[in-house]
Write a protein that binds this ligand. Structure first.
Ligand SMILES: Nc1nc2c(c(=O)[nH]1)N[C@H]1C(S)=C(S)[C@@H](COP(=O)(O)O)O[C@H]1N2
Ligand SMILES: [Mo]
Length: 258
């Protein structure tokens, strides 16, 4: 046990360093290519260290009902400013569908009812936001790995991209679509789920209704809310700003290990 704690401590130390660097990743700091490559090395170190020391399938800590936070903050978008989304919301998401496509054998569209009918996993985990707050919540949803097995990934697929219904801030080229991506290790990790239920109730709009990603070994900004489309891709360079996520395109690390 103490060995595990020591490893964990070391990991946290390593990750913090990378995060601290990554977080200063605003334009002022990420100005030279040299700084950028240092950031990339630090980030690769945190991902490889975490996976090497803890294993690809190591679980993020799970808590009990007694640990649930009485209040779970909402952050980023809490009400998408998108007519299509408002239409889905007004119809209790009965007309919303999740598209699953890209480099898959059998693209699919699933309604919320379809998703809720699939086998689900429930986990009580701690959400850590880079802004310095944490909250413990109970999440129930479809394991992403099971869904990916159903659609069948093509051999070229290397990343899974999550497209969202909200534009958070239109700061880059006048667009601000929120999106995220993870690699296949995280996509098939047992705690990576598409959550439709939070604390035993339908996901609230503020928390990403009707469906959000939970990828428990990474920070808050990876937990994409308001999912509309999941896409398997071979590389991330051609999407939006090219760095694999809304905040990543604005300087944050792509691998946001905790
Ligand atoms: N679509 C979308 N997903 C998002 C965000 C967002 O603004 N839009 N914010 C992210 C950030 S920074 C955090 S900390 C969490 C907040 O989740 P919560 O609102 O359920 O607390 O969602 C993440 N996922
Ligand atoms: Mo966050």
């Amino acid at each position: 046990m103490s060995r595990i704690i020591t490893r964990r401590r070391f990991l946290i130390g390593a990750t913090m360093t990378a995060s601290a660097l990554g977080l200063s990743g605003c334009d002022a700091i990420v100005e030279s290519d040299r700084t950028k490559s240092v950031l990339k090395i630090a980030e690769g170190f945190s991902m490889k260290t975490q996976r090497f020391l803890l294993g690809d399938d190591a679980l993020a800590r799970e808590f009990t009902e007694a640990d649930l936070s009485p209040v779970f903050r909402a952050n980023g978008t809490s009400m998408p400013d998108n007519p299509q989304y408002l239409d889905w919301m007004n119809q209790q998401f009965s007309t919303w569908k999740l598209e699953v496509g890209g480099l898959v054998d059998k693209p699919m569209q699933l309604s919320l009812a379809d998703l809720k009918a699939l086998p689900a996993r429930t986990q009580i985990t701690r959400h850590d936001c880079v802004e310095g707050w944490s909250a413990i919540g109970k999440w129930t949803g479809v394991p992403l790995g099971a869904l990916l097995k159903t659609v069948g990934l093509k051999p070229e697929a290397r990343y899974i991209v999550f497209h969202c219904a909200d534009e958070y801030e239109k700061t880059l080229d006048g667009t601000g679509w929120y999106y995220e991506s993870i690699d296949l290790v995280d996509a098939f990790h047992p705690q990576t789920i598409l959550a439709h239920t939070m604390n035993g109730r339908d996901l609230e709009v503020a928390h990403g209704a009707p469906l959000r990603l939970r990828v428990e070994r990474q920070l808050g900004y990876k937990q994409a809310k308001y999912l509309t489309r999941i896409e398997a891709v071979a590389d991330l360079g051609r999407l939006y700003g090219g760095s694999g996520g809304f905040w990543e395109d604005r300087g944050y690390e792509w691998y946001a290990g905790i």
